[in-house]
Design a protein around this ligand. Structure first.
Ligand code: ARG
Length: 552
C-alpha cells in the first residue's frame, strides 16, 4: 500500500528504465511535485553535457521510451523538462489506499536510527531568550517528525548548569533573603542581574564567589545543596515554558553540563595521549585541520583553560563521547544558533580524530538565524534590553483570540521560514488569519471540523468531478514527500509549506465544490476529501507542535 500512495516514487520507477536506456547508464529521474504540471523531471537537463545532446532531445527520447502504463501523461516542456500529469484514476486509487491507513501513506522507516536531538539548552538562573526559543521550537518539531518516522529519538536538554558564574550566584543566594521563596522566572533574571551587580561592586564578594566556585567543584555538600536549589528552580521555570508552548521536553530530558564534569579530566588525558592537544599560553588546545582565522592562523579549540578550568568545548566533547558510547547514538543533531557553528564543527573534528565519532555516526549542527525587531536589528525592548521570552509570549497571548492561537502563531512563524534565515518578529503578521500563518491553519482545520459535523452522513469513495477536487486530492497525497523532505534536510518549513498549500487547496475546493448542497455519491466523496484533509492537517500540525482545535 505504501508504494501506490507515493506518486513520486511510482513515477520515478516508471521513468528510470527509460532514462537508463537513453543515457546508457542508470540516471535518477528526479521526479518532484511542480507548479507547472502535477510532477516534473529535470533530469534530462543534467544529462545534456555527458550525452552531448540538447536536453529537449533527451527528454523527448525518454518520453518516447517510458512505459507509464496509463498512470500519467508525459510532455516535454521548456528547455527539456518532462511534465507529468497523473491520471484521475491513479489519484483516486491512491486516495483509496490512504482512507484505511492511519499513517496517511507515510510508512514507518525500515532502518530506524537512534537519533540524539540536543535542543533548547537554556542557562540556569538566566531567563530563556529568543535564541533558546528558536532552538526549542525547531528542535521539538524535528524530534516529533523523526519520532513519527519510526526513529528512536533521544531528546537531550544540555542545560547550562555549571561554570564560574555559579560562585557568584550561590554567594548572592546566601547574601539575600527569601532563599526558599517562590521565585518566578522573572525573578531569576533579576536575581542574576543583582548577583552581577554585587559581584562588580564588591571586592570581598568577588573573593567569596571565587572560593565558592572551588567549593562547588570540590563537592562541598552545603555548596552543592545551594547549587541544586538554583538548578531546580530554573528547571521548574523552563518546564513551565515548555508546557505553555506544548513542547515535548520533560524533566527526564535534562542532561546539563554538570553531568559531564567528572569525565573532563579523562577527556583531556585521552586527547593528550592521542597527541591531539597542544599547549598554548598555558591552555591545552586542539587545532583540528581546516579551521583558520582571518589571518590564516589555525584557530584553537580550548579544551582546558590556562587556570586549569574546563570550558564549554571540553563539556561538549565529553557529552558527545557519552552520546555515542553510552547512548548508542547513530546520529547526533545539535539545534543551536548559527554563531556556534564553528564551535560544533571543531568539536566534531576533534571527536573524529579521537575516534569517539566513528564514520558510521553522523553529527550535524542544525543552525538557525536570529529573530529581529521591526528595525531589522536584534530584538530589544524599548529600553534597549534583550527581550524576555515570557513577555513575548504574553504579548502574543494577549493579542490573540485564544492562548493556543497566540502561542501557535509564534511557533509557526518560527517554523515556516528556512531556519537558516533571520526573521522579523512581527506579531501582527504572525497572528494574521490569511497567508502562511499558524492561525490560518488552525482556522482551516476548525472550519473543516465544523463542516463535517454540520453535514453529518458517511464519507464515501472519492470521485473527481471538478478541477478543485482533483487538486485537493493530489495535495492530500503530498504528505509523504513533505515529511520525508523535512526530515532529511532537517527543515520543518518544508512540512509547514506543504500544510499551507493543502489548506489553500481545501479552501478553493470549499468555494468551488459545495458539500452541504451536494447529494449522494458526490456528497459522500466531498465528505471523504474533507475528512482526509482534516486528518492530514491534524497530523501535520501535530508534527510541528501546533495544536489543531476543533472549535475556535
Ligand atoms: N547553553 C548553550 C547556550 O545558551 C546552548 C547549549 C547547546 N548545546 C550544546 N551541546 N552545546 O548557548
Amino acid at each position: 500500500m505504501g508504494s501506490i500512495v507515493n506518486l513520486e516514487q511510482l513515477l520515478h520507477d516508471r521513468l528510470a528504465p527509460a532514462f537508463e536506456a537513453v543515457a546508457g547508464a542508470p540516471a535518477d529521474p528526479a521526479v518532484r511535485a511542480s507548479p507547472h504540471a502535477d510532477f516534473q523531471s529535470g533530469a534530462a537537463l543534467g544529462l545534456a553535457r555527458t550525452l552531448g545532446k540538447p536536453p529537449r532531445e533527451i527528454a523527448a527520447e525518454v518520453a518516447g521510451k517510458a512505459d507509464l502504463g496509463g498512470l500519467a501523461e508525459v510532455t516535454v516542456s521548456g528547455p527539456g523538462f518532462l511534465n507529468l500529469t497523473v491520471s484521475d484514476d491513479l489519484i483516486v486509487a491512491s486516495l483509496d489506499a490512504l482512507a484505511g491507513d492511519d499513517r496517511l501513506g507515510v510508512a514507518q522507516t525500515k532502518t530506524p536510527r537512534r537519533i540524539v536531538v540536543d535542543y533548547s539548552g537554556p542557562n540556569v538562573a538566566k531567563e530563556m531568550h529568543v535564541g533558546h526559543l528558536r532552538s526549542t521550537i525547531i528542535g521539538d518539531a524535528l524530534a516529533r517528525i523523526l519520532d513519527w518516522q519510526g526513529h528512536e529519538v533521544v531528546r537531550v536538554n544540555h542545560l547550562g548548569d555549571w561554570g564560574t558564574p555559579f560562585g557568584m550566584l550561590i554567594e548572592h543566594l546566601i547574601s539575600t533573603e527569601g532563599v526558599d521563596g517562590d521565585h518566578s522566572l522573572g525573578d531569576l533574571t533579576d536575581f542574576y542581574r543583582a548577583a552581577r551587580a554585587e559581584f562588580d561592586a564588591d571586592e570581598g564578594f568577588r573573593t567569596r564567589a571565587r572560593l565558592r566556585v572551588v567549593a562547588l567543584q570540590s563537592g562541598d555538600p552545603d555548596t552543592r545543596e545551594l547549587w541544586r536549589r538554583l538548578v531546580q528552580r530554573s528547571e521548574e521555570a523552563f518546564l513551565a515554558v515548555y508546557d505553555r508552548l506544548d513542547v515535548t521536553l520533560g524533566p527526564e530530558d535534562f542532561a546539563g553540563e554538570s553531568r559531564y564534569q567528572d569525565d573532563l579530566a579523562g577527556v583531556v588525558a585521552e586527547l593528550s595521549a592521542k597527541g591531539l592537544l597542544v599547549e598554548s599560553d598555558g591552555a591545552l588546545c586542539a587545532f583540528p585541520a581546516g579551521f583558520t582565522g582571518k589571518d590564516g592562523a589555525p584557530v584553537p579549540l580550548i579544551v582546558r583553560k590556562g587556570d586549569g578550568g574546563f570550558g564549554y568545548a571540553a563539556t561538549d566533547l565529553a557529552a558527545l563521547h557519552h552520546r555515542v558510547r553510552d547512548l548508542g547514538a547513530d546520529e547526533l543533531l545539535y539545534v543551536v544558533g548559527a554563531p556556534q557553528r564553528t564551535h560544533f564543527q571543531m568539536v566534531f573534528a576533534v571527536a573524529r580524530a579521537a575516534g569517539w565519532l566513528p564514520e558510521s555516526v553522523s553529527a550535524e549542527h542544525i543552525g538557525f538565524g536570529s529573530v529581529l525587531g521591526a528595525d531589522g536589528k536584534m530584538l530589544k525592548t524599548r529600553a534597549g534590553e534583550t527581550l524576555r521570552l515570557a513577555d513575548l509570549l504574553d504579548e502574543a497571548v494577549d493579542r490573540a483570540s485564544a492562548p493556543e492561537i497566540g502561542l501557535a502563531a509564534i511557533k509557526y512563524a518560527d517554523l515556516s521560514g528556512d531556519r537558516r534565515g533571520d526573521y522579523v518578529f512581527d506579531i501582527d503578521r504572525m497572528l494574521a488569519t490569511s497567508g502562511n500563518t499558524g492561525p490560518y491553519l488552525q482556522y482551516a482545520y476548525a472550519r473543516i471540523c465544523s463542516l463535517t459535523v454540520k453535514a453529518g452522513g458517511e464519507p464515501g469513495r472519492v470521485m473527481i468531478t471538478q478541477p478543485a477536487e482533483r487538486a485537493l486530492g493530489l495535495a492530500l497525497l503530498g504528505l509523504e514527500p513533505a515529511v520525508r523532505g523535512a526530515a532529511q534536510a532537517r527543515e520543518p518549513h518544508r512540512l509547514a509549506g506543504y500544510l499551507h498549500e493543502l489548506a489553500a487547496a481545501f479552501s478553493v475546493f470549499y468555494e468551488k465544490c459545495p458539500v452541504l448542497r451536494s447529494e449522494g455519491a458526490v456528497r459522500a466523496s466531498r465528505l471523504a476529501l474533507a475528512g482526509h484533509t482534516a486528518r492530514t492537517l491534524h497530523r501535520g500540525m501535530f508534527l510541528l507542535g501546533i495544536p489543531a482545535l476543533e472549535q475556535i
